[in-house]
Ligand binder design. Structure first.
Ligand SMILES: Cc1cc2nc3c(=O)[nH]c(=O)nc-3n(C[C@H](O)[C@H](O)[C@H](O)COP(=O)(O)O)c2cc1C
Length: 355
């Protein structure tokens, strides 16, 4: 079979965090703790939805849940359709809760799931939150995928209003726009997972599974993660919780996403690759240690101790992402990001006092 073809990037290369040359922060005083829907977490990294339903998934979810418990991470399970249809499949999801009884666990269902099934998906794993994922592009590229999409919004509305836990509307790789995020919020979503383009791309994955050659245009179909995050933050923050996801791979990506305003970041593909291996536990720990070390170094160099302070740091947008956000009408947002550290009045006072 052919290798997965190249696709467009996340756009985070266009985002520059400004350093603080006069930083007086000690590395060890930097804290990565955050609050997510009121729950305390020891890292802004969320293990995003991936798997469940098979014997192999049982082992993977157990390894991921134990990784989540060791490091105080939130974890979403994969789509629970299998568990809703087959009792035998429940164990491969429930293992996430059994392994991490006190942890923040997120249930996951697909768009169009009705209220009763969504509530069952939550109850099966005593979930704290529910993700409802929207993956129209993936369905269209799957041979056996859905072709009928009418009525999905009404179902989502009912679930978001009535299910027992807060609901996150989640894209899975083609990127949400700001106005769509706003619409989900109006329907009752309390969180948005932007699922930007530039990471795992299900158009490419499904085409590859079918041995299809996919046009270059399809691999760039969607909103790159940095542009999607800019749009969504400008539209719906601070009313709801925003998760940046889609190609988040390093401490640099995490720092940029948080500074842009994300409350947390979601990572899937790289964790799956590590967790499938039997010795996955250690590899997962190493991956997170490296990411955290990079993020803490960036925080020292930015002169901040906490994630909340990182969100006050200035950043400059260049290139395609800047053009994108300007043309979409988010110019004021761009200027606010770029000028967060500028206090012209005290600076003028200081200079005039000296002379
Ligand atoms: C193997 C795999 C399975 C996934 N299954 C689901 C799923 O069941 N439900 C869902 O909402 N997202 C699913 N996703 C999407 C991820 O949660 C995430 O949105 C997407 O992969 C982008 O993040 P990444 O670039 O870090 O992989 C899956 C991703 C991978 C890699």
């Amino acid at each position: 079979m052919q290798a997965l073809p190249d696709q467009g990037g996340t756009g985070f290369d266009d985002v520059v965090l400004l350093p603080e040359s006069a930083s007086e922060i000690d590395f060890d005083e930097v804290s990565l703790d955050i609050e997510f829907f009121g729950y305390p977490l020891r890292s802004p990294v969320i293990i995003n939805a991936m798997t469940g339903g098979t014997a192999q998934a049982y082992g993977i979810n157990r390894r991921l849940a134990s990784f989540a418990r060791r490091h105080g991470l939130a974890m979403a399970v994969g789509s629970e359709t299998a568990a809703l249809e087959d009792r035998e499949a429940i164990a491969s999801y429930a293992v996430a809760r059994e392994t991490n009884p006190e942890g923040l666990i997120i249930a996951n269902v697909g768009m169009g799931t009705d209220l009763a099934r969504a509530q069952k998906a939550v109850d099966l794993i005593a979930a704290n939150l529910l993700q409802v994922h929207w993956n129209t592009a993936q369905e269209l590229f799957m041979a056996e995928g859905d072709r009928q999409f009418r009525g999905l919004i009404a179902r989502f509305h009912e679930v978001a209003q009535r299910v027992s836990v807060p609901v996150i509307a989640k894209e899975v790789g083609q990127g949400m726009t700001g106005p769509v995020a706003r619409r989900f919020v109006q329907l009752g979503a309390q969180g948005i997972d932007i699922g930007g383009m530039g990471g795992t791309n299900f158009i490419a994955v499904e085409a590859w599974r079918r041995g299809m050659v996919v046009d270059r245009e399809w691999l760039r179909w969607g909103v790159p993660t940095a542009a999607s995050l800019g749009e969504v933050i400008a539209e719906v923050e601070p009313w709801v919780t925003v998760v940046a996801s889609g190609g988040i791979r390093s401490g640099h990506d995490v720092a940029k996403a948080l500074a842009m305003g994300a409350h947390a970041v979601g990572v899937a593909g790289p964790l799956m690759r590590l967790a499938v291996a039997e010795e996955g536990g250690e590899a997962l720990d190493q991956w997170l240690d490296t990411l955290h070390a990079t993020l803490k170094m960036i925080m020292v160099l930015s002169g901040v101790r906490t994630v909340a302070e990182l969100k006050q740091r200035p950043l400059v947008m260049t290139g395609r992402t800047r053009e994108w956000l300007q043309q979409r009408g988010y110019r004021a947002f761009l200027e606010t990001l770029g000028q967060r550290d500028r206090f012209p009045a005290p600076m003028v006072d200081a200079i005039s006092e000296k002379s």
